[in-house]
Design a protein around this ligand. Structure first.
Ligand code: HEM
Length: 446
């Protein structure tokens, strides 16, 4: 079967092959998917069931969307050499670099992941936590009783400093002051900026010229930081991610360590993947606590006691109700049978995080914010809560962001109680879902 042999039509035969989907022009589906998929995807789920297809430009390419946990499990466990994840992220290559963990597949992915993994393992998190707490504490100390907090902006400031200090290991105040605005500008990539990489002539005119120059400046600083750090004699005593990555592979003669260029690409990737995502998850969590006084009371007690389990549950439930990234994608390298369907090469199979999290069969009263689900043994079944994707491509920063989230919530709630006056609407910003109104919160000093 070829990619064109299975037309996507209303009511198409769904026993084999590409499932049915809307018969809209591809440009319209693409536009709706990019601008308004929070409304579009659930409507299609209602109409076509757990598995359906859409056609997305350029191409158009066929995306098959899945949300049944058995199908999601099958995709996450599938052979990564035939289910490429990096291919779908190629658009980010101009910024992240060709070695980025998010972009590479096959052997290069295996090697890079092996080198990066130890810096993100569970036990390493303890080493990062004191600095994360110090950053959050300094931020909270700048707030005042009665203030209205622009939560998303403040959480972005905290998670940016976590990337700069805990990931890059930059603690010098002057260097931080130079880096902050440059990195903020660099992470703010939108479709029009990426367009310039296909039309390099644009880099000679504003605003692209400024963006490109800024990116070159950040690169220069990162390369200087990498060079300096390679020469440092106290690498073993340094807890930051960059210092750990520089030592990665040193006891394994079969693994080629990361070069400076590879290191730069991974650092930019960590910065882009880890900064706004965690800030959004934290903002949604604080927003939900601000809407639920009973849960806030328990979260405040948890913050005082230093026991993370309830704060962790609050974060996980916020990530469930408001998935920061709402789908992941794998592009087939050859014809494959997925969930009993024969799908041609180049089809993209897409576990929908949004649908998995809102499916009533997966979560009873799915629309309710109820952190206790995560504290009741067996209530959250495997392959239903998937905010970090899964399989060999599962988010490498998952444990990091949960550690960071609990540390920041702890610092905020030890000092303030929060209230949110109204529900925050969702907005898709670049690729992350954020509170459209930045989740304003009123602060009450405890
Ligand atoms: C709430 C916070 C976060 C969310 C919701 C999130 C979500 C995701 C998702 C959905 C993926 C794709 C997984 C897949 O394809 O199966 C991913 C990949 C990735 N994330 Fe995260 N992420 C978060 C925080 C972080 C942090 C803090 C870092 C690092 C500091 C990070 C680094 C990465 C990297 C490097 C990948 C690529 C992994 C690979 O392809 O092997 N993320 N993340």
């Amino acid at each position: 079967m070829s990619a064109t042999a299975a037309p996507v039509e209303d009511g198409a035969d769904t026993t084999l092959g590409i499932p049915a989907g809307p018969r809209w022009p591809a440009w319209w589906t693409t536009w709706k998917f990019l601008k308004d998929r929070k409304a579009m995807v659930p409507k299609l789920h209602e109409r076509f069931g757990d598995t359906f297809s859409i056609r997305i430009l350029p191409g158009p390419r066929t995306f098959v969307i899945f949300s049944d946990p058995a199908d999601v499990k099958e995709i996450f466990a599938a052979d990564p050499s035939q289910f490429h994840a990096g291919e779908g992220n190629a658009i980010l290559e101009p910024v992240m670099g060709s070695h980025s963990l998010l972009i590479v597949d096959d052997e290069e992915h295996r090697r890079s992941r092996k080198l990066l993994m130890p810096a993100f393992s569970g036990p390493t998190m303890k080493a990062y936590r004191p600095l994360v707490e110090a950053i959050a504490k300094a931020e909270v100390e700048s707030w005042h009783d009665g203030d209205t907090l622009v939560t998303l902006d403040r959480m972005n400031a905290v998670t940016l400093d976590v990337i700069l200090q805990v990931v890059f290991g930059v603690t010098d105040d002057q260097r931080l002051a130079v880096l902050r605005p440059k990195v903020t500008r660099m992470v703010n990539i939108n479709a029009s900026m990426l367009l310039a990489w296909s039309y390099p002539g644009l880099f000679r005119i504003p605003p692209w010229r400024g963006y490109f120059k800024n990116q070159q400046e950040v690169d220069e600083i990162l390369f200087a930081e990498i060079r300096e750090r390679r020469e440092a004699h106290d690498l073993e005593g340094r807890p930051d991610v960059l210092s750990r990555l520089l030592r990665a592979g040193e006891d394994d003669p079969d693994v080629q360590p990361l070069s400076d260029r590879e290191m730069r690409d991974q650092l930019v990737t960590l910065m882009l993947a880890g900064h706004e995502t965690t800030a959004s998850a934290l903002s949604w969590t604080l927003h939900e606590l601000g809407r639920h006084p009973d849960l806030l009371e328990r979260a405040v007690e948890a913050a005082d006691s230093g026991d993370d389990s309830f704060l962790d549950a609050c974060l996980k439930e916020a990530m469930r109700v408001h998935p920061v990234i709402d789908f992941v994608a794998r592009t087939l390298q050859s014809e494959q049978v997925v969930a009993g369907r024969r799908l041609p090469r180049k089809v993209t199979v897409t576990p929908s995080i949004m649908l998995s999290h809102s499916r009533e069969a997966n979560f009873a009263d799915a629309h309710e914010y109820r952190p206790d689900r995560f504290l009741t043994q067996g209530e959250v079944a495997a392959n239903t809560w998937i905010p970090f994707g899964g399989g060999v491509r599962r988010c490498i920063g998952a444990a990091f962001s949960l550690m960071e989230g609990a540390a920041v919530l702890g610092e905020v709630l030890q000092r303030y109680e929060v209230t949110a006056d109204q529900p925050a609407p969702n907005r898709l910003r670049n690729i992350t879902n954020v509170p459209a109104d930045k989740a304003p919160l009123r602060l009450h000093l405890r």
